[in-house]
Each structure stands twice: as C-alpha cells, then as structure tokens.
Design a protein around this ligand. Structure first.
Ligand SMILES: Nc1ncnc2c1ncn2[C@@H]1O[C@H](COP(=O)(O)OP(=O)(O)OP(=O)(O)O)[C@@H](O)[C@H]1O
Length: 293
C-alpha cells in the first residue's frame, strides 16, 4: 500500500496533466463555439482565405522567398486589422449571447438538418396558404448575420419556433405585426414587423414597396427573401437584389432546397453539432427537444 506521502506526490504529479486536459478541453469548446457561429455562412470562406494566406506565408518563409514573404506579411497584418470589422455582426452576436448567458444555445440540437427540414416545410406550407388566400408576406431568410444598422426598423423580437400557423397569424391583415417583414434566423422566427432597406432599382411596373424591400435587403446581404403579393398571390424569391417570379410553391421549394443543400455541402468546416451526436445516442428525446421550444 502507498504511504500518505507517496499518495500525495502521486496526486501532485497528476495535477498538471488534469489541468492540461481541462485547458485543452476549454480551448476545444471555444473553437467549437466559434465554428458553430460561422458555420454555413460566407464567413467560412473568409476564414479559409485567411488560412490559405497564412499557409503561403509560412511556406514562403520556409523556402526563403523573401519578397513574397514580405508582401504576404503585410497582407496578413492588414487582414488581421480588418477581421474585427468584417466579423463585427458575428462578434457582436457572440458577445450579446455571452452576456445573456445564452452562449450554450449554440450547442442545442435545434440546428440539425432535421430541424431545418421541418422548419423549411412549415415555411413552404405557410407560403402556399398565404398565396392561395392572397395575404401579403415578406420573409427574410438570414444566412450570414444581418447587421441591424442596415434595417430601417428591427421590428419586434420574437425568437419563436418557426411554424406555419405562426407565419399565417403574423401576416393576417388585422394583426399588429402584419406590416413589414419577418426575419428568420437559424430557422427560428427572430422578429416580425421588420422594416427593410429599399432597393434603388425600379422593379417591373406592377411591383411596389414590398418587392422593392425584398430586393433591397438581398442587395446588401446574402439573405434570401420570399415575397407573397397581396394583390395577385404570386410568389417571388429575391436573391442578390434580383427577383425570381412568379414561382410556384414547388419551384420555390426546389430552389430553397438547392440553396441549403449547397450551403451544407460547401461548408468548409464540416463539424457536426453536438446535438447530432446526442441525437445518435438519445434519438427520441433529442428530436423532441428540437421542436418543443
Ligand atoms: N421597407 C419595407 N420593409 C418591410 N415591409 C415593407 C416595406 N415597405 C413596404 N412593406 C410592406 O409592403 C406593404 C405594401 O406593399 P405594396 O402594395 O406597396 O407592395 P407591392 O410590392 O405592390 O406588394 P403587393 O403585391 O403585395 O401589393 C406594406 O404594408 C408593408 O407591409
């Protein structure tokens, strides 16, 4: 049996190892949260560009290519200075979530493909009904975080599960929230009554401010925007300031599925959400938690 002294020295020897493991686990968690924040947005391409530049910098240093190394060094310094500006919306949201104690919401399983599919189905069903009943609607699907300063009015925060009934209720003409746009963020209804920036382009004559607002927000961000016309019930999809119209619900579904499938397959960091793993081990409970909020 070990003497108390031997036990103590044994524990002391283990301590640095435990601290090291904790240290690396914390770093791993931080990196995971950061990747979750930028997952499937255009920011991953910026990170990839930065990593490629850094790789080229180290390679040029290794090979003694001094002029190239000098230039890459200056570019990397410039990029490092620009990063807080480029990532301003992401950093702001990260700090807000941290301050509100909501940062672990990034670990929630509601960002899974199943959750996205259900939300997309609900959205499409709502658009079908809105179109059939000729209820005007404007729905922004955020990809990269939208800088709120772009919006004329950020509207009323909702942070609610996306459902067909909720969308129909919001856009029903007699409700207080029906005017303006709904903002969908992470497949949840983030806000309603949002006033979007107007496009300066003049759309086809029969299209008014709702369609111009859809063009406006998609000119300035990488969001997609679905419009249902109150006058004709026609469905449009705005992307990069251009309107595709008129679309049937099936055509809209096909386009949105294509966009989101492509976003998934082109994601640079294919890191599954922790929720994906929890779903594997606890299939029933985790799928419920994804939809019950
Ligand atoms: N900047 C904006 N941001 C969000 N919603 C807007 C904005 N401008 C107008 N809208 C919405 O569009 C409605 C007015 O639509 P308007 O008739 O001018 O557009 P439209 O493009 O002709 O669409 P519709 O075919 O539905 O009539 C407003 O009541 C409001 O709900």
């Amino acid at each position: 049996m070990n003497s108390p002294l031997e036990q103590l020295t044994g524990e002391l020897a283990l301590r640095p190892l435990i601290i090291s493991i904790l240290d690396w686990a914390a770093v791993g968690l931080l990196l995971y949260l950061a990747f979750q924040l930028v997952r499937q947005t255009r920011t991953v391409w910026l990170i990839r560009g930065f990593l490629i530049l850094s790789g080229a910098f180290f390679l040029s240093n290794l090979l003694g290519l001094t002029t190239l190394n000098f230039i890459l060094d200056k570019i990397l310094i410039g990029v490092a200075v620009a990063i807080p500006v480029i990532f301003q919306p992401e950093l702001r949201r990260f700090l807000e979530q941290l301050g509100r104690g909501e940062i672990f919401s990034l670990l929630r399983p509601d960002r899974s493909p199943d959750f996205e599919q259900t939300a997309l189905d609900q959205l499409l069903e709502a658009v079908r009904d809105l179109s059939e009943e000729r209820i005007g609607a404007l729905i922004v699907l955020e990809k990269s975080p939208i800088d709120e300063r772009l919006l004329q009015d950020p509207g009323d925060t909702m942070d609610a599960v996306l459902s067909k009934s909720l969308l129909l209720t919001i856009f029903y003409p007699k409700t207080r929230l029906h005017d303006g746009a709904v903002l969908i963020r992470n497949w949840r209804v983030e806000a309603a009554s949002v006033i979007l920036p107007m496009s300066t382009q003049i759309p086809a004559r029969q299209l008014g401010t709702r369609h111009r607002a859809a063009m406006g927000i998609t000119e300035q961000t990488d969001a997609l925007c679905v419009v249902v016309s109150e006058e004709t019930g026609s469905i449009s999809l705005a992307e990069r300031g251009k309107l595709q119209r008129p679309l049937s619900v099936e055509q809209l579904a096909e386009t949105l599925h294509r966009r989101y499938r492509r976003a998934e397959t082109t994601s640079v960091f294919q890191i599954p959400a922790l929720g994906d793993w929890t779903r594997k081990f606890f299939p029933a409970s985790s799928s419920q938690s994804g939809n019950s909020e």
